[in-house]
Design a protein around this ligand. Structure first.
Ligand code: 13P
Ligand code: SF4
Length: 309
């Protein structure tokens, strides 16, 4: 604990000296959430990155999130504490594959989840996050949508917008995919009054049994304010930290084994540590550097989204 306090003091000194801001996603380790200047879901974090007047952004999240901050702020230094922290789902979509689909369906709009790499964003018409996906897709004039890369978020949107035709990339989030409806229903047996809240990255069968579906922030809002004392949470276990901080009077139930990789635990999100945050603040290493042309192209669909919601 003494060592942790020293690191935190060093981080505080460095961020002040360098006019740096630390942005963190809800799936980060608790100790990182505690020192962040701002915590949010991916849409809130993108917006915060766009608005900040800091000179340096330290992005505690997976790489596509740090890339998004850089694309929106090409003039700023964006540091990623651990460059190994990627998103396996983002890596499932390829630039070439998207171009191929575009060729096959020239009348479709390419809608990419923010969980994509910069090259895929560059060939997209618009970006969405889990918070705004339905609203953004509904606002498009095209009747045909190529949705990349999350087939489950894609199916969830498709169900709400039956008038449009969807071509779904077959990507998925490994930790959310592994959460089965049975795991949640078993908990519901034990806590009969409980509400079930899940992320739309969960597979369709799991989403079907939920009382609430939303982004990480939306799940936090629902769980901390709904009228049941017990809430079963179908998303990454990092949320527990904020839930208990915001409303400690409720019982947040995460599926069994949630503390282990293989259930709803994103190993990549946990690769950032306080030590690494201090290190990048000190040395200004692990800077996000992207190809200028790709960045320019990727900014358009991102800004188009931010102008809608
Ligand atoms: P949110 O936009 O809900 O924060 O989700 C990001 C993410 O990677 C979920 O796995
Ligand atoms: Fe990617 Fe899933 Fe981890 Fe989110 S939880 S960063 S979608 S692997």
């Amino acid at each position: 604990a003494v060592a942790e306090k020293t690191i935190i003091n060093d981080i505080n000194k460095l961020r002040k000296e360098k006019n740096a801001v630390i942005l963190a996603h809800y799936y980060q380790r608790g100790e990182i959430q505690d020192i962040a200047d701002f915590i949010g879901d991916s849409l809130e974090l993108a917006r915060k990155a766009q608005q900040t007047d800091a000179d340096i952004i330290v992005f505690a999240g997976v790489r596509f999130m740090a890339e998004t901050a850089k694309i929106l702020n090409p003039g700023k230094k964006v540091l990623h504490p651990n460059p190994e922290s990627g998103c396996p789902m983002a890596d499932m979509a390829t630039y070439k594959g998207v171009l191929e689909l575009k060729k096959q369906h020239p009348d479709a709009a390419v809608v990419s989840y923010v969980n994509t790499n910069v090259d895929v964003k560059a060939v997209s018409d618009i970006i969405v996050t889990s918070r705004n996906a339905v609203k953004v897709v509904r606002s498009l004039k095209e009747d045909k949508i190529i949705f990349v890369p999350d087939q489950f978020l894609g199916s969830y949107i498709a169900k709400q917008i039956p008038e449009k035709e969807f071509i779904l990339w077959k990507g998925f989030c490994p930790p959310h995919f592994n959460l089965t409806p049975d795991q949640l229903l078993e908990l519901k047996e034990k806590y009969k009054d409980a509400k079930i809240a899940v992320h739309p990255e969960c597979n369709t069968e799991t989403v079907k049994i939920a009382d609430f579906v939303g982004s990480t922030s939306q799940i936090i809002e629902f769980a901390t304010t709904c009228d049941s004392e017990n809430v079963i949470i179908g998303t990454e276990v990092g949320l527990k930290h904020q839930l208990e901080k915001i409303n400690p009077n409720k019982n947040y139930i995460f599926p069994v084994n949630a503390d282990y990789c293989g259930t709803v635990h994103c190993c990549d999100m946990k690769k950032n540590t306080l030590d690494k945050i201090k290190e990048v603040l000190e040395n200004e290493n692990n800077e996000i550097i992207l190809d200028e042309e790709l960045m320019e192209k990727a900014r358009k669909p991102l800004e188009r989204m931010l102008n809608i919601v």
